[in-house]
Design a protein around this ligand. Structure first.
Ligand code: FAD
Length: 398
């Protein structure tokens, strides 16, 4: 049993909606420091959760045990120009990947809406960008090294410890502490974006054409508005244009064009659906907003992601549309999100692991073919649940 430690530390996530009073927040920059924290937790009986940059809205991190802060674990370790892979320390923020990769003539295959997350945190939840042929960051991982709860340091890939690798490609921070991430990259490339307003009805009529015609397509639509803000981004051979200018007008290296500023504190729910269900689901969400939640002022976002074979990937096994809904941190989002979740689920939706959802273990078990296998691998490396906080423990198969 853990001792009756009382903490005066307050921890909060990015939005400020989640908080905790951990017994300690330990900055860890070496394998030895992490091994020491895990050994102390095993002996003391408290939990350990690993933090990237705390951008998750789902309570993956709150614990009264120890939070391992991976910010010191940063930087590009190596590149392999034959395999076209790059290895980063797990605490490296996405925005710190672009320039070092460019120096080697390389670039990430894709990235999300912002670039403030750590690479370790991004892969642990299946973070993705948009593009029908582009998978999540987890799907691009080719090798991981991690410290397990027993203190062992393991490197795994498709051939070595393949089950551990498959589970750890999207780990929810519950398999071990990831030290290094090796990820598939490509030749460096430049992108040009274009932004326009178009009636939502017309966008949805030609959604197939729009998503097929461009490398990255997405739109935001604000409740009550007739028109959506559409954005397409494509590869260009033209030189970068500096200053970059505003979102929607940039032409530069991929890592300069893909990320945006999303500064207003909000919460988010996002579901991944089979792509053919996107249009009908959008219609239902929009009816929900106008008929039952006219108070909501925050936008709906529509993106696409390629299917993959990652065990716990929301985009696993199917070409995917993701639909995100947002709400200010000042408002209670529960009723809106619960109503929307019913719609998303009716279209075969699986929740983003880093965003709000209300599913229980049975719902999730029914959504993932590899659910039991993932837990079996997890339980083998951490049978006493050192790496589980309360919300994750509630998902553990009984
Ligand atoms: C403004 C904003 C924009 C966003 N945009 C997108 C987007 O475009 N696309 C998208 O898919 N998602 C998006 N997200 C969600 C976000 O990408 C995920 O929640 C992501 O996991 C956050 O990364 P992080 O480094 O903050 O991880 P954290 O939130 O700190 O942690 C997330 C998980 O990763 C685990 N973890 C972190 N580091 C390690 C490690 N070294 N070893 C083992 N486990 C680890 C943690 O234990 C936890 O389970 C956005 C979130 C916000 C707030």
């Amino acid at each position: 049993m853990a001792d009756e430690h009382r903490s005066d530390i307050t921890w909060m996530n990015w939005s400020g909606k989640l908080s905790a009073a951990p017994r300690n927040i330990a900055q860890v920059g070496t394998v030895e420091a992490i091994q020491g924290e895990l050994l102390a937790a095993r002996e003391g009986g408290w939990n350990v959760r690993t933090v990237g940059t705390a951008h998750s809205h789902y309570p993956l991190l709150p614990t009264d045990g120890v939070l391992l802060d991976t910010r010191p674990l940063t930087g590009l370790v190596s590149v392999d120009k034959t395999a076209m892979t790059a290895t980063f320390r797990s605490g490296t923020k996405i925005h710190a990947c672009g320039r070092p990769l460019l120096e080697h003539g390389m670039g990430l295959l894709n990235q999300g809406d912002i670039d403030q997350q750590s690479i370790g945190g991004a892969i642990a939840t299946g973070t993705h960008g948009t593009g029908i042929n582009l998978g999540s960051l987890s799907s691009a991982v080719t090798q991981l090294s991690l410290v397990l709860v027993d203190g062992s340091f393991v490197t795994c890939n498709h051939e070595v410890e393949p089950d551990l690798f498959e589970a750890a490609r999207l780990s929810l921070g519950a398999l071990g502490v990831v030290i290094e991430v090796t990820i598939q990259v490509r030749d460096a490339y430049r992108l040009e974006e274009r932004q326009w307003l178009e009636p939502l009805e017309s966008v949805m009529e030609r959604i197939e054409e729009l998503t097929q015609a461009t490398r990255h397509f997405e739109y935001f639509w604000w409740p009550g508005q007739e028109r959506a803000v559409c954005k397409s981004i494509d590869v260009t051979e033209e030189p970068p244009r500096y200053p970059l200018g505003e979102e929607g007008q940039r032409r530069a290296w991929s890592f300069e064009v893909l990320p945006n500023q999303r500064l207003n504190p909000h919460t988010e729910m996002e579901y991944s659906l089979p792509s053919e269900n996107g249009p009908a689901c959008i219609e239902d969400i929009n009816n929900l907003l106008s008929r039952h939640h006219p108070e909501v002022e925050w936008p709906v976002e529509y993106r696409t992601v390629a299917g993959d074979d990652v065990w716990l990937s929301p985009t696993g096994g199917r070409s995917t549309v993701t639909i995100s809904i947002h709400e200010s941190v000042r408002n209670d989002e529960t009723s809106y999100y619960q109503d929307a979740e019913k719609i998303f689920r009716s279209y075969g939706g699986r929740p983003h692991w880093g965003k709000v959802h209300y599913l229980n273990r049975d719902d999730l078990a029914a959504s993932y073919d590899h659910w039991d296998r993932w837990w079996t691998v997890r339980e083998n490396v951490d049978p006493t649940g050192v790496l589980l906080n309360d919300p994750l423990r509630q998902l553990r198969p009984i």
